[in-house]
Write a protein that binds this ligand. Structure first.
Ligand SMILES: Cc1ncc(COP(=O)(O)O)c(C=O)c1O
Length: 468
């Protein structure tokens, strides 16, 4: 089949064409606009990660330091995406940087084991509850994929239970039910048989999960603090309930801690919630900003990957490879990051910063009378744009009182886009939902600039008629 490429690239959404806010953004990011134009001939939408999609174009960054980054036009931003959540210590922490620099001159890849991987795994064991065994991978996506395979292998069952809207990377078992296909139908490109093997349940509804947990469910996988890092928070009783009934049914409980790991507490959500899973997936912070991730958990589960033990049981070993697993520079960055985590109060600093920022943003939103609510547990902040003007507050949202449909109710796309662009115009980069993780490197000056950027953006949105 020949794919037809349109002769002209489709224009940006109409709502952005007549906006002085967007015009200001275009003017101040002219260099980025030129690179974005060039990128259209290289990458779909000109981007290399769906989360970097910004209309009319994203910024092209030249360098970063601490909590800040700079684009090709010389604009400086308070950086919240923080390496998509990997940079709990901010950009270029001297100890992590030094560890990587010392390592790269000794060789990039040995095609063999190194003592570094032992030290990295020992730090994980020391910090993360239940990490009796460790396997390194290259990304969070690979980690959840391996965790699901292990669960199926060990239980001899074939289905996976997932919570609607929870993110576990982009592989076939994680695709449906994240952004759409909430009825369990296959996302585009996913084989129907794979989608059928995934049982989707509404987050927070223990009875629904219990009803759907038949004896072919190998594992329940979830983001323990709620979907996309707590955008739809879960009540603690719900998580405890999942722990109890998976244990009773023989299904594995998998905590996807790719983002909550080392952020909720040094031992991640397992430590913060006091609930230990059978398997946990780690990514982002674990490798100190280098590409790398891990799967950890019960020793008897990981025995299924062990050559000698599997043979002794007369079983086929669970298959797993990966060219860049535990590559030396990644190990070095991971060791430095986890050592820092252990010797500083980085988690608490980030959580404190996030709390203070959300307090001031909520004060601003109340002053402006716009009904938005900043919320977020464990140092990530999210902005509920409250399209129906519901009467609620931060504490109620964080306690898990509101469900997915309420918190993810559709918002006018132009409002979401222009809010993001407006914040960029005022020197603040957040993720698009809108929200972001925060880091231990964020400062009072970043806080002040962020609140100011929201104030000015709200004013601009009012001026353009996007807000009452
Ligand atoms: C909870 C969770 N799981 C899995 C992933 C996928 O990780 P990666 O992007 O490293 O593949 C992410 C990434 O944001 C995540 O937040």
């Amino acid at each position: 089949m020949t794919v037809q490429t349109p002769a002209t690239y489709p224009p940006p959404p109409a709502a952005l064409q007549d906006s002085s806010l967007v015009e200001t953004y275009r003017r101040m990011t002219a260099g980025s606009a030129r690179l974005a134009e060039r990128a259209l001939a290289l990458f779909p939408s000109g981007i290399t990660h769906d989360a970097r999609y910004i209309e009319p174009h994203g910024i092209y960054v030249t360098h970063a330091s601490g909590s800040r980054k700079w684009d090709v036009d010389g604009n400086e931003y308070v950086d919240y995406p923080g390496g998509h959540g990997a940079l709990l210590f901010g950009h270029n922490h001297p100890e992590i940087l030094q560890a990587v620099q010392n390592q790269i001159v000794k060789g990039l890849h040995y095609g063999a084991s190194s003592e570094l991987e032992l030290e990295w795994a020992e730090w994980i064991q020391r910090l993360v509850p239940g990490a009796e065994r460790v396997r390194f991978t290259n990304s969070g996506t690979e980690s959840t994929q391996l965790a699901l395979r292990l669960a199926r292998a060990v239980t001899g069952r074939s289905k996976i239970m997932r919570l609607v809207g929870h993110f576990h990377g982009w592989h076939d078992y994680a695709a449906s039910g994240f952004l759409g296909q909430f009825d369990g139908s296959p996302a585009r490109g996913v084989p129907p048989a794979v989608a059928e093997s995934v049982v989707l349940v509404p987050p927070g509804d223990l009875e629904a999960a219990q009803r759907s947990l038949d004896d072919d469910v190998a594992a329940v996988i979830l983001e323990p603090t709620g979907s996309v890092w707590g955008q739809v928070p879960l009540a603690l009783d719900y998580v405890r309930g999942l722990r109890e009934f998976t244990a009773a049914s023989g299904a594995m409980l998998i905590f996807d801690e790719v983002i909550s790991g080392f952020r909720c507490a040094p031992g991640g959500a397992q430590e913060a919630l006091g609930v230990t899973a059978d398997i946990a997936t780690l990514g982002k912070v674990v490798s100190g900003g280098m590409p790398g991730a891990a799967v950890v958990g019960r020793a008897d589960v990981f025995d299924a990957m062990d050559f000698r033990r599997a043979a002794a049981h007369g079983e086929e070993k669970v298959f797993h490879m990966g060219t860049f697993n535990a590559s030396p520079a990644t190990c070095a960055a991971g060791i430095a990051a986890l050592r820092l985590l252990n010797s500083t109060d980085a988690c608490e600093q980030a959580i404190r910063y996030g709390d203070g920022l959300m307090d001031d943003l909520n004060e601003l939103f109340a002053e402006e009378g716009i009904g938005w609510i900043a919320y977020g547990t464990y140092g990530g902040f999210h902005i509920f744009l409250n399209p129906a003007g519901a009467d609620t507050d931060r504490r109620r949202i964080e306690a898990g009182e509101h469900d997915f449909a309420f918190l993810k109710a559709p918002v006018e796309p132009a409002l979401r886009l222009k809010l993001r662009v407006g914040l960029l115009v005022h020197g603040v980069d957040v993720q698009g939902w809108p929200g972001a993780p925060v880091s231990a490197a964020h400062t009072p000056a970043d806080h002040e600039q962020t609140v100011k950027a929201f104030r000015r953006t709200i004013q601009a949105l009012r001026d353009e008629g996007d807000l009452a």
